[in-house]
Design a protein around this ligand. Structure first.
Ligand code: C2E
Ligand code: MG
Ligand code: MG
Ligand code: MG
Length: 289
């Protein structure tokens, strides 16, 4: 290849790199203003009781509505917020708004629902800030701590197991529940798991996907349920999309379910409408002949 070509290619890469850097900086700049500009919104995915299929709570999942990019997934912006060191701010916003909404629904007579909030590994690591934000959120909103649950991944706990155990223990002493998110995808040691103050395992969606196939089997779900029971933990299964998956999983003695089969994550007004439908069904006397 000629010298000129080589130079052009060099310029091409240089320009693309510059564009990427500019792009990243613009995203970071916008993200740093997202809270002040009121661009975050919480969506809620119903958590369903395996026995009667009633909504017992919901997972709060944050969305960023960027003025020109549209909706940005948390998969794309949570890591950016972590890198920028502003994840604690995002986390506080999420926690406060989740608590406010859940308190409102309780006051509206829609039930004593569980609100499950995801914690970034970095939030868990900065335990003093976390304990303080949680205290503030509960005090400010008046939410019963028994209605609050935190989801942490195995990786977040294993980064610093002894510290994590202490932090989670402090939260749990206040009545807050602790769930391990995406369970089975990390490398948590069973020895630690037993010692962690954990109430619930959320089996990762990846173990549910192949249950749809003819020869798909429930061995992993069964093993996790067995282990959870011997540790005194309950089991949530996420990512249920089909009736076949639902039937197979329900037979394994899990406690609660989540997934598109029941509902996608919903904006607050749509979640509220679902809760109202459920309430009306409870209030309507069943006519039996
Ligand atoms: P996650 O906590 O494991 O949440 C479950 C994800 O699976 C959600 O994606 C949800 O919309 C999706 N999902 C639920 N049911 C199904 C299903 O049946 N099929 C399929 N294909 N997907 C399903 P989402 O909302 O995009 O969130 C992705 C991840 O972003 C979350 O995974 C969580 O790790 C993180 N995240 C979301 N909100 C927050 C937050 O407020 N704080 C922190 N730190 N992380 C968050
Ligand atoms: Mg989660
Ligand atoms: Mg999960
Ligand atoms: Mg996940």
């Amino acid at each position: 290849c000629s010298k000129a070509e080589g130079r052009n290619r060099y310029h091409f890469f240089e320009t693309r790199l510059q564009l990427e850097v500019q792009e990243r900086k613009a995203l970071e700049r916008d993200l740093s203003r997202a809270i002040a500009n009121d661009e975050f919104e919480l969506f809620y995915q119903p958590i369903i009781d395996v026995i009667d299929h009633k909504i017992i709570g919901m997972e709060a999942l944050v969305r960023w509505f960027h003025p020109s990019r549209g909706m940005v997934s948390p998969v794309d912006f949570i890591p950016v917020a972590e890198r920028m060191g502003i994840i604690a701010e995002v986390g506080k916003w999420v926690l406060n708004n989740a608590c406010i909404q859940t308190r409102k629904w309780r006051e509206a007579g829609l039930g004593k629902l569980l609100i499950s909030v995801n914690l970034s590994p970095l939030e868990l690591a900065r335990h003093e800030d976390l304990i303080e934000s949680v205290g503030n959120a509960l005090e400010r909103t008046g939410l019963d701590p028994h209605q609050l649950q935190f989801e942490v991944t195995e990786g977040a706990m294993m980064a610093n197991p002894r510290e994590a155990a202490i932090t989670l223990g402090m939260l749990r002493n206040q009545g807050i529940r602790i769930a391990i998110d995406d369970f089975g995808t990390g490398y948590s040691s069973l020895a630690y798991l037993k010692r962690f103050p954990v109430d619930k395992l959320k089996i990762d969606r990846s173990f549910i996907v192949d249950m749809d196939e003819e020869d798909g089997n429930s061995a992993i779900v069964r093993a996790v349920v067995f282990m959870a029971r011997s540790f005194g933990m309950s089991v949530n299964v996420e990512g249920i999309e089909t009736e076949t998956q639902l039937d197979r999983i329900s037979a394994e003695g899990v406690d609660e379910l989540q997934g598109f089969y029941f509902s996608k994550p919903l904006p607050a007004p749509e979640m509220e409408a679902l809760l109202n439908v459920q309430l009306q069904a409870e209030l309507t006397p069943r006519i039996t002949h």
